[in-house]
Write a protein that binds this ligand. Structure first.
Ligand SMILES: Nc1ncnc2c1ncn2[C@@H]1O[C@H](COP(=O)(O)OP(=O)(O)OP(=O)(O)O)[C@@H](O)[C@H]1O
Ligand SMILES: [Mg+2]
Length: 267
């Protein structure tokens, strides 16, 4: 794949005054944020807050009504083709082919992108996402977490410097979510910039270097987890019996046991 050199240094993404309406519905009313290169940025917001709308604008799938967005040094409005060469987008629903095996899916995408040695690329990604053993099986037999990992693996083919993950863990059980979190953290470890959306603060807490909350069309909070926590009043001591969350119970019972189909690399 072509190596895309950013037209200028600076953050991986710079978004200023982004506005978007659907008819009378003003979804984005002046959205501003920056995403540093190689960082994981979480865009948090409730249903309908405009997360997917923002991601679609940044990925050049949708035009903003006003404002600017620069991705990997390229303007999404005037340099859309350059932006597209620099990104990959993984939507909420896995875009994998059920009839093919995991490996065949990866090889197919690598071929479509005219990369050398699609087989080696596929095997490398299967290893990286602990799918080596499952690689030969049809995707229709995969669990939700395995599909999601395969989906993320597919989005990495060609090494795009910027990745958008729209609700990467929607519909997954606690264990599968943790697997996806690990896969995403791995991405940033390789220098990829990740913008992910989520409805869960806890998820943003787990993965993100920086968290922005989108509410009523604007970013109302943007900072590191530590900065966000400082915004809340100091904790007061209260004597309440804390009930464990379903997630804590689940993880205690299963011992955080490893159901990944792996070659045994995970601790
Ligand atoms: N093509 C469209 N036409 C009309 N309204 C739309 C369109 N796309 C989105 N909307 C509306 O814009 C608002 C924001 O939608 P968006 O999908 O960006 O929210 P979201 O934050 O991704 O929500 P969710 O958490 O449910 O995925 C919603 O009220 C939605 O109904
Ligand atoms: Mg959405």
């Amino acid at each position: 794949m072509t190596v895309v050199t950013p037209s200028s240094a600076g953050p991986a993404m710079r978004v200023r005054g982004l506005e978007k309406s659907y008819g009378k519905l003003d979804v984005l009313r002046g959205v501003d944020f920056d995403v540093a290169r190689g960082s994981i940025f979480a865009l948090l917001g409730s249903n309908g807050a405009g997360k997917t709308t923002t991601v679609r604008i940044l990925a050049t799938l949708l035009k903003a009504d006003a404002g600017t967005a620069v991705v990997h040094g390229f303007d999404v409005a005037t340099q859309a083709a350059k932006v597209r060469e620099s990104i990959s987008l993984t939507g909420q629903f896995a875009a994998v082919d059920e009839v093919l095996s995991g490996r065949e899916n990866l090889v197919l995408v690598a071929r479509l992108r005219h990369l050398d040695d699609p087989g080696a690329i596929a095997d490398g990604l299967l290893r990286r996402f602990s799918l080596t053993e499952a690689g030969a099986r049809r995707v229709s037999t995969y669990s939700g977490g395995m599909r999601r990992r395969l989906d993320i693996a597919m989005s990495l083919i060609g090494n795009p410097p910027v990745i958008f993950l729209d609700e990467p863990t929607a519909g997954l059980d606690p264990e599968a979510r943790i697997e996806v979190w690990q896969a995403v953290e791995e991405l940033a470890g390789h220098g990829t910039t990740v913008l992910l959306t989520t409805q869960y603060l806890e998820e943003a807490e787990q993965m993100a270097d920086r968290i922005a909350i989108l509410h009523q069309g604007r970013i109302i909070v943007d900072g590191t987890l530590a900065e966000l926590k400082r915004l809340f009043p100091p904790a007061t001591v209260e004597y309440v019996e804390k009930q464990p969350s379903l997630e804590e119970i689940f993880l205690a019972i299963t011992g955080g046991s490893d159901k990944r189909d792996t070659t045994g690399t995970k601790s």
